[in-house]
Design a protein. Structure first.
Length: 122
């Protein structure tokens, strides 16, 4: 959103406010387009940080299988920590969430020393 439409977020509630006092906050086609939901192309979604990866339809199943295999290869302790991290940072902007991740506020899984000594990831 830009200055034409202001957005404030309080928990799970977002409030949109028209910011055109000089125009008596008239609802024009341009303003309406900014307020209503619309489909984004994959490129637009990637540009605004909505997605981290786009895959063509023909490659989607393979990508999902590879991603789930990588997740399943992690230890249960690692997956527990990742889930807690995601749950506790989902309301943060990306920069704040990445800072929270680097602080390791959720500790290490019980098997971290064993896995690191053995050269396995997770």
């Amino acid at each position: 959103m830009d200055e034409l439409v202001l957005c404030s977020i309080d928990g799970a509630i977002a409030t949109l406010t028209l910011n055109r006092p000089g125009k008596l906050n008239a609802l024009t086609a341009d303003v309406f387009d900014r307020l209503r939901a619309r489909r984004l192309s994959a490129a637009e979604a990637a540009d605004i940080g909505l997605v981290d990866h786009c895959a063509p339809d023909a490659e989607l199943d393979g990508y999902v299988a590879e991603l789930t295999a990588r997740i399943a290869a992690n230890s249960p302790g690692s997956n527990r920590i990742y889930k807690a991290l995601y749950a506790n940072t989902r309301s943060m902007d990306r920069a704040a969430a990445l800072r929270a991740e680097t602080e390791m506020t959720f500790g290490f899984p019980d098997d971290a020393a064993t896995r690191l000594a053995g050269g396995t990831r997770g």
